[in-house]
Design a protein around this ligand. Structure first.
Ligand code: 5GP
Ligand code: MN
Ligand code: MN
Length: 474
């Protein structure tokens, strides 16, 4: 039902503010994507617009679909000086879930020559699936050091290289993390989960650069047609999930106490300047560090495997970026720069060239925006745009689901999906046939269409398209 949407231009749809909406809702999509989008996206985007202190607009990216409270693909910024809130549901359960890509300098032919053995070696080295373990176990002190130190901590422990850090958001270490705000239960769940992929749509994938859209940027990023990347998608595992669960629960009475009228329970939130708001931020930032450390360790495991097959090749990090966060950022709204709490849930930060948060080596081009598609179709690398800045410098984070896990499970058999992909030269290694069926390529939207719209909408520009060769799946 697109009747409540006003079309602003080719790729922008507005939900005009009605009732107690404080700002409009904006959905970035073309006609085909908006038609296919589930109705819940517009409804949830409008509901977020009713929260206190929201500024400018409540946004939904082109890959948006239904989420818990906030849509997946939702972006919203709140001003602490105007009663702004922080919301656990606006970050998501998998705090700081994100993507990193490593360059290999290897060609598709290099991989084809060892593809089966490499897939098996990666599957043996990368712990995947529910409750998977890596052999790393943290005591109390180590846990707290990890929660404060993030990827920088992992590098100190020997899992990763110092040069990686400048290619990770926040230089690999999120400031303001407070392990004392993280419950014992959350820490307990994480004790043996560092360096694991987890389940669902998390993956470690070997991908070929199939097509370059922007030769100059691709060259600066080190992306060469016919060469191969290692890409890792995962987050903060049990720790982040526990934090999300606990704070969603505790923010509900806190919202009532603060006199916030919630459009629905799932939008539980707390004023940024409240004790629970501050506790959530301390815990959420610790979970960001957990995710950054986790991806750093997984990258190290991948390097160990590649070192056995290709000892002469280093695997430098292209970039690591999260898509489930709340970050304090300065944005100009209403003609003045303001410090805002930007929630991105299933949305990727997409800073343009010259941004001070980017390392020297990327300032000329802008931030790499790493986008998953599916294990059978493709993925993309985009770049943040200087002239962009729409949706607080955000872009899509994937293709987005076209059907529910449940529907996918009815439609496909995991074994069959694996066999069909093997026919096409794509090797899947997963402990869960059920998981593979839920994640069948057909369960996702067309990623090419989504990123093309993201580009036309001015969110981020396409740099290269990637195709999968090996996918180790949770
Ligand atoms: P999410 O962060 O919402 O869990 O997933 C992000 C995106 O990853 C999805 O929207 C989907 O497009 C993509 N994705 C899911 N599974 C795979 C996979 O196995 N390989 C690749 N390349 N992308 C995937
Ligand atoms: Mn995740
Ligand atoms: Mn994710």
């Amino acid at each position: 039902d697109t009747s409540k949407l006003t079309r602003i231009d080719d790729t922008t749809w507005q939900i005009d503010p009605t009732g107690d909406m404080r700002v409009p809702g904006i959905i970035f999509a073309d006609e085909a994507l908006i038609e296919a989008m589930d109705d819940k996206v517009a409804e949830q985007t409008a509901n977020v617009a009713r929260l206190p202190g929201i500024v400018q607009a409540s946004y939904a990216m082109p890959d948006a679909h239904w989420g818990y409270g906030f849509p997946i693909g939702g972006v919203a910024a709140f001003d602490p000086d105007e009663g702004g809130v922080v919301s656990a549901g606006g970050v998501g359960f998998d705090v700081s879930c994100g993507v990193r890509s490593l360059l290999t300098g290897l060609t598709v032919a290099d991989i084809r020559a060892v593809q089966e053995r490499l897939a098996d070696a990666l599957a043996a080295q990368i712990p995947a699936g529910v409750g998977s373990r890596s052999g790393i176990s943290l005591n109390r002190q180590e846990m707290d050091a990890m929660l404060v130190g993030g990827a920088a901590w992992a590098v100190e422990q020997g899992w990763g290289e110092p040069e990686d850090l400048e290619r990770i958001e926040e230089m690999g270490r999120m400031a303001g993390a407070d392990p004392d705000c993280v419950s014992e239960q959350a820490k307990k769940r994480q004790r043996r989960e560092m360096g694991t992929l987890g389940s669902g749509n998390h993956y470690l994938e070997i991908q070929a650069v199939e097509k370059v859209f922007d030769a100059e940027t691709a060259a600066a990023f080190g992306l060469v047609e016919g060469e191969v990347l290692v890409t890792i998608h995962c987050g903060s595992r049990g720790l982040g999930h526990q934090i999300g669960t606990e704070f969603l629960r505790d923010m509900l009475p806190a919202a009532a106490e603060a006199g916030i009228r919630l459009p629905e329970r799932e939008l539980a939130c707390a004023p940024i300047h409240s004790p629970i708001g501050q506790r959530y931020l301390g815990a959420m930032r610790a979970a960001i560090n957990c995710a950054l450390a986790n991806r750093e360790i997984l990258g190290h495991f991948a390097r160990e495997v590649f070192d056995r097959f290709f000892p002469e090749h280093r695997l430098p990090l292209l970039y690591d970026v999260s898509h489930n966060t709340c970050k304090v950022e300065t944005h100009t709204v209403g003609g003045r720069p303001r410090q805002l709490y930007v929630h991105r849930k299933g949305a990727t930060r997409a800073f343009g060239p010259a941004h001070s948060e980017l390392p020297e080596a990327l300032r000329g081009e802008g931030q790499p925006v790493l986008i998953g598609g599916s294990m059978g179709t493709g993925s993309h690398v985009l770049v943040g745009m200087g002239t962009g800045g729409k949706g607080f410098y955000s872009a899509c984070h994937g293709a987005g689901r076209a059907m529910s896990r449940h529907a996918a499970l009815k439609r496909w058999h995991g074994r069959q999906v694996v066999d069909d992909l093997a026919e096409r030269g794509i090797l899947i290694r997963s402990p869960s046939a059920r998981g593979v069926a839920e994640e069948a390529p057909g369960a996702y939207k067309d990623v090419d269409q989504v990123v093309e719209v993201a580009e036309r909408a001015g969110l981020a520009r396409r740099v290269a398209r990637l195709t999968p060769l090996i996918c180790v799946k949770g």
